[in-house]
Write a protein that binds this ligand. Sequence first.
Ligand code: ADP
Ligand code: MG
Length: 704
Amino acid sequence: MGEYINVTETFGCDVFNDSVMQERLPKKVYKELKKTIQEGKELSMEIADVVAHEMKEWAIEKGATHYSHWFQPLTGVTAEKHDAFITAPMENGKVLMSFSGKELIKGEPDASSFPSGGLRATFEARGYTTWDCTSPAFVRHDAAGGTLCIPTAFCSYTGEALDQKTPLLRSMEAVNVQALRLIRLFGNTTSKKVTPSVGAEQEYFLIDKDKWMQRKDLIYTGRTLFGAMPPKGQEMDDHYLGTIRQRISAYMKEVNEECWKLGVSAKTQHNEVAPAQHELAPIYAPANIAADHNQIMMRILKKVASRHGMRCLLHEKPFAGVNGSGKHNNWSLTTDDGINLLEPGKTPHENVQFLLVLTCILKAVDEHADLLRESAADVGNDHRLGGNEAPPAVISVFLGEQLEDVLEQLISTGMATHSKKGSKLETGVKTLPDFMKDATDRNRTSPFAFTGNKFEFRMVGSRDSISSCNVVLNTIAAEVFKEACDRLEAAPDFELAVHDLIKEYATEHQRIVFNGNGYAPEWEEEAKRRGLPILPSMVDAIPALTTDKSVKLFESFGVFTRAELESRAEIQYEIYAKAINIEAKTMIDIATKQIIPAVIKYTTVLADSVNAVRAAGNIDTSVQMELLQETSRLLSETSCAMKALGEVVGKVMEYPEGCSRAVFCKEKVVPAMEALREPVDALEMIVDKEMWPMPSYGDLIFEV
Ligand code: ADP
Ligand code: MG
């Protein structure tokens, strides 16, 4: 504690990054590997052997005893299988530490228990992990000692993607090819690669571990299934950006240090809107690295919390009635020589390439709004999207005053002649410096907002992987870029054609632009009028994956086959039904074993008191009686609701796994859960606090 940390020295110290490779690999090997990383050239086994050897030597110096192919199956979390570096003992009983190129490049976990959505029958259980050399390996230290983690993609025997990373890499390649075509049209001959850059802001809650241990709902499901609101919520807005308390600061310090060691550039931290809620954002990185780093960050957030006697909750809605957590996915397209295609410059109306890119993205988002919504579908996120805190479950794009004005000029006159400028910010205080404001204010209610030189997709859930949404963003952008390039490359007069195309896209896809308040109830009505898809639940969103439109999109860029999409839809349905089933059973368990017994005890105390007071003389017991009656009424309501929930839960397995089971869970089980929660929360408000069997919301979020 308190010791001085040299950030520039510790940053990336546990990562096999470019400078380590340059230092340790023979020049020729380094060059070949770089070619693979930068240009996607195939890696020979000879080179892989040398890289593996050096990587192992380096990892052992860092304290590693094991290596692991680290991958992201469709369970939502990362998976790994550890192998020690040791070889079979020699005659003298000693062992060597070895690691071959083959072991680096390819792994074969017995993967039959990972979800495959029917892609892989258990009798053909082979799955392969392959090294993603564009995301650096790292040594992770924890209770298991040091482990060399090798980021990998995970595929079936026949090459179908069984993970989050494979399609992400495929989609990055798709958008690279099309975006390069586009910038060539504008005379760029020097950039070699266009990469989607992503920065994911991560929200989370911290609560006391001892209190967490007393909440079975948090333990089993990650969220509270019961809980009455405390007298004070977040209405005072006194937590947002508030002073960070010492216990939390100490935690954040360690989180940052662990992130930095692993090359995760944790940058911005602050208190969030809800009490006990915080945020951590890294500096943006190429999409696949950002996705890996986000997984690493989530793990660190949890691990360090444990060390500090706390629990980090990554669930999207741990507490009803309190703001939930999301993950803002900031996305832009950057060339290898540092040009951001989403940079409008000071005079966007003159920046034709920017206007083309922008209107292409409008078209892409409008045409595939359902897919983008689906990419943020997650069981926990159903509680968040549409509440007055997170973007609604309708996709729209916020452009801001300046760009909206440029588009309006384009649509109405066919020409944009000027861009609105930011004015001087005048505070009325002489000693404060005046400065130029941005031309555009922010809009916090939009799910997909242009924020200066990037888009911020705000729907993603805090626990979810950011891969899915970036797969969609990259691929839909690729599709429209391709269409635009096909047309522009064939046009006799480029200037004229590009002008017409921008106008056409802006005009045809105006309906997706919405700069107003996304939380207002009128917006949903307006969205309906505009014909925008409204998909409130995950179960409503899943079908977007397998429409003909979606299959055509993904197949034409080699991102997903129809079979892969169908398997993903299947897995999503399964995940939904399983999660709801676990929640419902946990509710029944808590109600039966904790709540009902506690309430019965309380009614007995009340009844005894009534009798004792009456025996003492002719004294008024109406208050006790009223309380007893109300408690007993709520108790019987609880018991009825519990029986009803038990009945529907009993039927879940009668529905075939997949869509129909998920629909049953959404339509029957979820409402039955809500019906049980109601009387229980009412009981919590009247039962003696000493007798209530678990910590309250107030205990959990105000006393960390
Ligand atoms: P905000 O004020 O919206 O929080 P920040 O500048 O703090 O904006 O950025 C939030 C996240 O967006 C960070 O992770 C940051 O690295 C990332 N980001 C910034 N610029 C870009 C960009 N051009 N492309 C992608 N992500 C970006
Ligand atoms: Mg932001």
